[in-house]
Design a protein around this ligand. Sequence first.
Ligand SMILES: Nc1ncnc2c1ncn2[C@@H]1O[C@H](COP(=O)(O)OP(=O)(O)O)[C@@H](O)[C@H]1O
Ligand SMILES: [Mg+2]
Length: 228
Amino acid sequence: MEKIIEISDLCKSYKNGDKSMLKVLEGLDLTVEKGEMTVIIGKSGSGKSTLLNILGCVDGFDSGKYLFCGADTSRLSDRKRSALRGSEISFVFQDYALIEEETVLQNVMTPLYFSSKVKFGQRRKAAVKAIEAVGISELAKKKVSCLSGGQKQRAAIARAIVSEPKLILADEPTGALDSETAESILNLLFELNKAGTTVIIVTHDDDVAKKCKRVLSISNGKITEVTG
Ligand SMILES: Nc1ncnc2c1ncn2[C@@H]1O[C@H](COP(=O)(O)OP(=O)(O)O)[C@@H](O)[C@H]1O
Ligand SMILES: [Mg+2]
Protein backbone atom coordinates (compact mmCIF):
# COMPACT_ATOMS: atom_id res chain seq x y z
CA MET A 1 0.00 0.00 0.00
CA GLU A 2 1.09 3.52 -0.74
CA LYS A 3 1.63 5.76 2.24
CA ILE A 4 0.09 9.21 2.42
CA ILE A 5 1.59 10.19 5.77
CA GLU A 6 4.89 9.10 7.30
CA ILE A 7 5.82 10.92 10.46
CA SER A 8 8.77 10.01 12.59
CA ASP A 9 10.09 11.37 15.86
CA LEU A 10 8.00 14.53 15.61
CA CYS A 11 8.43 17.11 18.37
CA LYS A 12 6.49 20.31 18.90
CA SER A 13 6.46 22.63 21.87
CA TYR A 14 4.96 26.01 22.60
CA LYS A 15 6.46 28.86 24.61
CA ASN A 16 4.63 29.43 27.84
CA GLY A 17 4.03 33.00 28.97
CA ASP A 18 6.99 32.74 31.36
CA LYS A 19 9.28 31.65 28.49
CA SER A 20 9.41 28.04 29.67
CA MET A 21 8.43 25.47 27.05
CA LEU A 22 5.31 23.34 26.94
CA LYS A 23 6.20 20.09 25.20
CA VAL A 24 3.10 18.90 23.35
CA LEU A 25 4.39 16.32 20.86
CA GLU A 26 7.46 14.38 21.96
CA GLY A 27 8.81 11.88 19.49
CA LEU A 28 5.52 11.06 17.80
CA ASP A 29 5.40 8.46 15.02
CA LEU A 30 2.46 8.02 12.64
CA THR A 31 2.01 6.21 9.37
CA VAL A 32 -1.22 6.38 7.39
CA GLU A 33 -1.85 4.55 4.16
CA LYS A 34 -3.77 5.98 1.24
CA GLY A 35 -7.47 5.26 1.57
CA GLU A 36 -7.31 4.56 5.28
CA MET A 37 -9.83 5.77 7.85
CA THR A 38 -8.13 6.56 11.14
CA VAL A 39 -9.49 7.84 14.42
CA ILE A 40 -7.09 9.35 16.94
CA ILE A 41 -8.51 9.65 20.44
CA GLY A 42 -6.99 11.72 23.19
CA LYS A 43 -7.95 13.82 26.18
CA SER A 44 -8.46 17.54 25.88
CA GLY A 45 -5.05 19.19 25.74
CA SER A 46 -3.25 16.05 24.55
CA GLY A 47 -2.16 17.72 21.31
CA LYS A 48 -4.80 16.53 18.83
CA SER A 49 -5.36 19.91 17.19
CA THR A 50 -1.62 20.62 17.28
CA LEU A 51 -1.02 17.40 15.36
CA LEU A 52 -3.76 18.08 12.80
CA ASN A 53 -2.42 21.56 12.13
CA ILE A 54 0.99 20.05 11.43
CA LEU A 55 -0.55 17.33 9.24
CA GLY A 56 -2.39 20.04 7.31
CA CYS A 57 0.83 22.03 6.83
CA VAL A 58 -0.74 24.95 8.67
CA ASP A 59 1.85 24.82 11.46
CA GLY A 60 5.46 23.81 11.54
CA PHE A 61 7.26 21.64 14.09
CA ASP A 62 10.54 21.69 15.99
CA SER A 63 12.14 18.43 14.91
CA GLY A 64 11.37 15.11 13.27
CA LYS A 65 10.19 14.26 9.81
CA TYR A 66 6.88 14.58 8.00
CA LEU A 67 6.51 13.04 4.56
CA PHE A 68 3.28 13.69 2.65
CA CYS A 69 2.92 11.31 -0.30
CA GLY A 70 6.63 10.67 0.00
CA ALA A 71 7.62 14.34 -0.13
CA ASP A 72 9.48 15.88 2.82
CA THR A 73 7.17 18.75 3.84
CA SER A 74 10.04 20.62 5.52
CA ARG A 75 11.78 20.89 2.17
CA LEU A 76 8.81 22.06 0.14
CA SER A 77 8.77 25.62 -1.11
CA ASP A 78 6.14 27.91 0.42
CA ARG A 79 4.32 27.78 -2.88
CA LYS A 80 4.19 23.98 -2.90
CA ARG A 81 3.11 23.90 0.73
CA SER A 82 0.29 26.36 -0.01
CA ALA A 83 -0.73 24.21 -2.95
CA LEU A 84 -0.97 21.20 -0.61
CA ARG A 85 -3.17 23.20 1.75
CA GLY A 86 -5.20 24.56 -1.13
CA SER A 87 -6.03 21.39 -2.97
CA GLU A 88 -4.78 18.17 -1.39
CA ILE A 89 -5.69 18.57 2.29
CA SER A 90 -8.97 19.81 3.77
CA PHE A 91 -10.15 20.44 7.31
CA VAL A 92 -13.48 19.89 9.03
CA PHE A 93 -13.87 21.58 12.41
CA GLN A 94 -16.11 21.16 15.44
CA ASP A 95 -17.42 24.71 15.03
CA TYR A 96 -17.79 24.36 11.21
CA ALA A 97 -15.79 27.55 10.49
CA LEU A 98 -18.27 28.62 7.83
CA ILE A 99 -19.09 32.21 6.96
CA GLU A 100 -22.54 32.58 8.51
CA GLU A 101 -23.66 35.51 6.37
CA GLU A 102 -22.90 33.74 3.12
CA THR A 103 -24.89 31.01 1.41
CA VAL A 104 -23.90 27.36 1.46
CA LEU A 105 -22.92 27.63 -2.21
CA GLN A 106 -20.68 30.64 -1.56
CA ASN A 107 -19.01 28.88 1.35
CA VAL A 108 -18.44 25.70 -0.60
CA MET A 109 -16.94 27.60 -3.55
CA THR A 110 -14.40 29.40 -1.34
CA PRO A 111 -11.61 26.78 -1.37
CA LEU A 112 -11.65 26.79 -5.16
CA TYR A 113 -10.17 30.29 -5.13
CA PHE A 114 -7.07 28.71 -3.57
CA SER A 115 -6.96 25.58 -5.69
CA SER A 116 -5.70 25.28 -9.23
CA LYS A 117 -7.53 21.99 -9.75
CA VAL A 118 -10.87 23.42 -10.87
CA LYS A 119 -11.03 25.97 -13.68
CA PHE A 120 -12.75 29.29 -13.00
CA GLY A 121 -15.78 28.47 -15.14
CA GLN A 122 -16.25 25.10 -13.44
CA ARG A 123 -16.26 26.30 -9.84
CA ARG A 124 -19.96 26.65 -9.41
CA LYS A 125 -20.61 23.27 -10.96
CA ALA A 126 -18.03 21.63 -8.68
CA ALA A 127 -19.62 23.25 -5.61
CA VAL A 128 -23.11 22.14 -6.64
CA LYS A 129 -21.79 18.59 -7.02
CA ALA A 130 -20.13 18.63 -3.58
CA ILE A 131 -23.31 19.96 -1.96
CA GLU A 132 -25.29 17.22 -3.65
CA ALA A 133 -22.81 14.60 -2.40
CA VAL A 134 -23.49 15.57 1.22
CA GLY A 135 -27.25 15.52 0.69
CA ILE A 136 -28.20 19.18 1.13
CA SER A 137 -28.88 20.33 -2.44
CA GLU A 138 -32.09 22.04 -1.35
CA LEU A 139 -30.07 24.27 1.03
CA ALA A 140 -27.49 25.49 -1.48
CA LYS A 141 -28.88 29.02 -1.67
CA LYS A 142 -29.69 29.36 2.04
CA LYS A 143 -27.56 31.47 4.33
CA VAL A 144 -25.47 29.34 6.68
CA SER A 145 -26.94 31.21 9.66
CA CYS A 146 -30.33 29.59 8.89
CA LEU A 147 -29.05 26.01 9.10
CA SER A 148 -29.07 23.48 11.93
CA GLY A 149 -25.78 22.18 13.36
CA GLY A 150 -25.93 18.97 11.37
CA GLN A 151 -26.71 20.86 8.16
CA LYS A 152 -23.80 23.23 8.84
CA GLN A 153 -21.44 20.31 9.27
CA ARG A 154 -22.67 18.83 5.98
CA ALA A 155 -21.97 22.18 4.32
CA ALA A 156 -18.50 22.21 5.92
CA ILE A 157 -17.86 18.71 4.59
CA ALA A 158 -19.03 19.81 1.12
CA ARG A 159 -16.48 22.64 1.36
CA ALA A 160 -13.84 20.09 2.40
CA ILE A 161 -14.44 17.80 -0.58
CA VAL A 162 -15.01 20.38 -3.32
CA SER A 163 -11.31 20.47 -4.25
CA GLU A 164 -11.24 16.65 -4.27
CA PRO A 165 -8.46 16.46 -1.70
CA LYS A 166 -6.40 13.36 -0.96
CA LEU A 167 -6.76 13.86 2.79
CA ILE A 168 -9.53 15.12 5.07
CA LEU A 169 -8.56 16.13 8.61
CA ALA A 170 -11.55 16.32 10.94
CA ASP A 171 -11.01 18.00 14.31
CA GLU A 172 -13.80 16.87 16.69
CA PRO A 173 -16.28 16.95 13.77
CA THR A 174 -19.17 15.72 15.90
CA GLY A 175 -18.30 17.64 19.06
CA ALA A 176 -21.16 20.13 18.76
CA LEU A 177 -23.83 17.70 17.61
CA ASP A 178 -26.42 15.48 19.33
CA SER A 179 -25.67 11.77 19.09
CA GLU A 180 -28.06 11.01 16.23
CA THR A 181 -26.77 13.85 14.07
CA ALA A 182 -23.21 12.96 15.06
CA GLU A 183 -23.76 9.46 13.76
CA SER A 184 -25.06 10.70 10.42
CA ILE A 185 -22.01 12.97 10.04
CA LEU A 186 -19.68 10.08 10.86
CA ASN A 187 -21.47 7.92 8.32
CA LEU A 188 -20.96 10.65 5.74
CA LEU A 189 -17.22 10.69 6.49
CA PHE A 190 -17.16 6.89 6.20
CA GLU A 191 -18.88 7.17 2.80
CA LEU A 192 -16.30 9.66 1.57
CA ASN A 193 -13.60 7.33 2.79
CA LYS A 194 -15.16 4.40 0.92
CA ALA A 195 -15.10 6.55 -2.21
CA GLY A 196 -11.32 6.80 -1.80
CA THR A 197 -10.46 9.80 0.36
CA THR A 198 -8.11 9.26 3.28
CA VAL A 199 -9.76 10.51 6.47
CA ILE A 200 -8.27 11.24 9.88
CA ILE A 201 -10.61 12.13 12.72
CA VAL A 202 -9.34 13.37 16.07
CA THR A 203 -11.70 13.32 19.01
CA HIS A 204 -11.98 12.91 22.76
CA ASP A 205 -15.21 10.94 22.20
CA ASP A 206 -14.84 7.17 22.64
CA ASP A 207 -18.16 6.60 20.81
CA VAL A 208 -16.59 7.84 17.59
CA ALA A 209 -13.75 5.36 18.02
CA LYS A 210 -16.16 2.45 18.44
CA LYS A 211 -17.30 2.87 14.84
CA CYS A 212 -13.84 2.82 13.31
CA LYS A 213 -11.50 -0.05 12.48
CA ARG A 214 -8.20 1.72 13.08
CA VAL A 215 -8.04 3.57 16.36
CA LEU A 216 -4.95 5.31 17.67
CA SER A 217 -4.47 7.07 20.93
CA ILE A 218 -2.45 10.19 21.64
CA SER A 219 -1.04 10.80 25.10
CA ASN A 220 2.20 12.06 26.58
CA GLY A 221 3.12 13.47 23.19
CA LYS A 222 3.09 10.10 21.45
CA ILE A 223 0.72 7.96 19.42
CA THR A 224 0.00 4.36 20.24
CA GLU A 225 -2.06 1.86 18.29
CA VAL A 226 -5.28 0.81 20.05
CA THR A 227 -6.66 -1.44 17.32
CA GLY A 228 -5.89 -2.08 13.70
N1 LIG B 1 -0.60 28.45 20.03
C1 LIG B 1 -0.39 27.92 21.25
N2 LIG B 1 0.42 28.53 22.16
C2 LIG B 1 0.66 27.99 23.36
N3 LIG B 1 0.12 26.84 23.79
C3 LIG B 1 -0.70 26.18 22.97
C4 LIG B 1 -1.01 26.69 21.65
N4 LIG B 1 -1.85 25.82 21.04
C5 LIG B 1 -2.08 24.83 21.94
N5 LIG B 1 -1.40 25.04 23.08
C6 LIG B 1 -1.37 24.13 24.25
O1 LIG B 1 -0.87 22.88 23.81
C7 LIG B 1 -1.57 21.81 24.41
C8 LIG B 1 -2.23 20.96 23.34
O2 LIG B 1 -3.26 21.70 22.72
P1 LIG B 1 -4.19 21.12 21.57
O3 LIG B 1 -3.34 20.57 20.49
O4 LIG B 1 -5.14 22.18 21.22
O5 LIG B 1 -4.91 19.92 22.35
P2 LIG B 1 -6.28 19.15 22.01
O6 LIG B 1 -6.69 19.52 20.63
O7 LIG B 1 -5.93 17.70 22.16
O8 LIG B 1 -7.26 19.56 23.05
C9 LIG B 1 -2.56 22.44 25.38
O9 LIG B 1 -1.97 22.46 26.65
C10 LIG B 1 -2.73 23.85 24.84
O10 LIG B 1 -3.06 24.74 25.85
MG1 LIG C 1 -8.43 20.34 19.89
